[in-house]
Ligand binder design. Structure first.
Ligand code: KDG
Length: 354
């Protein structure tokens, strides 16, 4: 009997030891799970508390349409992230022009940029589709198409070149200025040296119109106009004014020959490193600003036109017949765009415009 009691006691002791181990193992594994969870929570909270500095460069002056967009973007981002994301804005080509800013954002030296679409075509050929002359009849059509399928399809192509496309702000409809004479028909352009953006389609279009075009970075343009290295250039009214081109360009023709969007994008690796919450904040901020910024540009364009008239610039409204002469001259560019950008995106754009 004594032996039986001893055996039973031994079994009870061994059993209690075994259960304890398991518990400790469980406790251990539970603790492991808790630590992992905490680490995960920490890493999650760390990434939502992780600090970022978004360096943003652009080619316009302080107070310009593009600068306004980034200033409003900065306000939203810093408020929404409790300044865990700080935004630093470098205007006036401090970090380079459109081409340099696209490259520096690809490599992550700048976080975000918003060049005009034309120079981007050298990085992603589908963007040539936006260089079809006279593609957009008015702003309402521009916004519907850029914010719709075709525009979003274009933004997606930037994934392949290290960028995440976020949206479109407004540079505006481009108009011709020059220092030599009033221009109402293409024949007036012969012998005129016209600066174009660094884009093959723009160059071809101004050759077809009979001028002598020269591609040139935006930052060199005022000096080139002042020294008559070139006779003319083409830009939206608000930029012609804010860059003081009007001071050396007494003639302005409202050709509205192309619409330039500012294509807002972020370095792709930086974007992917953000939490889902921060990705949403960045995307929503660009979209929210596009509404305000587009309204601001319309105001700036109207004010610029009046200010330049008051300054004495001869501003010519072209008739429908005169504009048709320009359209007819540049028709061959359409095939060039289709060849460079690809038929799919060109057809999609044109279908959505109509
Ligand atoms: O900041 C705007 C400039 O970088 C450029 O995009 C302006 O339309 C422009 C041009 O003619 O280069």
């Amino acid at each position: 009997m004594k032996k039986l009691l001893l055996v039973l006691l031994f079994i009870v002791i061994m059993a209690s030891l075994f259960i304890g181990c398991n518990n400790s193992e469980n406790n251990g594994s539970n603790k492991q799970v808790q630590r992992e969870a905490k680490v995960n929570d920490n890493s999650k909270s760390q990434s939502s508390n992780k600090k970022y500095i978004f360096k943003i460069g652009h080619g316009s002056t302080e107070g310009s349409a593009l600068d306004y967009g980034f200033v409003e973007f900065k306000k939203i981002i810093e408020e929404e992230t409790n300044e865990n994301i700080k935004v630093e804005i470098y205007p006036n080509q401090q970090l380079g022009g459109d081409t340099e800013l696209t490259e520096s954002t690809q490599f992550g030296n700048t976080a975000i940029a918003a060049p005009s679409s034309a120079p981007i075509a050298s990085f992603e050929k589908e963007f040539y589709a936006l260089d079809i002359p006279f593609l957009f009849p008015d702003r309402e059509t521009v916004y519907r198409v850029l914010d719709g399928n075709a525009g979003q399809q274009l933004l997606k192509t930037l994934d392949g070149v290290g960028l995440k496309g976020l949206g479109y702000w407004e540079n505006g409809f481009r108009n011709l200025t020059n220092s030599k004479k009033s221009v109402t028909v293409p024949e007036d352009l012969s012998e005129l040296k016209i600066r174009t953006m660094e884009n093959d389609v723009h160059l071809a279009a101004w050759k077809l119109l009979g001028s002598n075009p020269t591609p040139m970075p935006f930052g060199e343009l005022f000096t080139a106009l002042q020294q008559t290295t070139v006779d003319g250039q083409e830009n939206p009214l608000n930029l012609i004014y804010s860059q003081k081109f009007y001071e050396v360009q007494p003639y302005l023709s409202k050709t509205k020959h192309i619409y330039s969007p500012f294509v807002v994008f972020i370095n792709k690796d930086l974007y992917e490193s953000l939490t889902d919450n921060y990705k949403r904040i960045v995307e929503d901020a660009v979209k929210e600003v596009s509404v305000m910024q587009r309204k601001f540009v319309q105001k700036l364009d109207d004010e610029a036109e009046q200010a330049m008239r008051d300054y004495g610039v001869e501003i010519t409204e072209l008739t429908a017949e005169e504009l048709k002469l320009f359209r007819n001259k540049v028709t061959p560019v359409y095939d060039m765009v289709k060849e460079k950008a690809g038929a799919e995106i060109v057809d999609m754009l044109i279908n959505e415009v109509e």
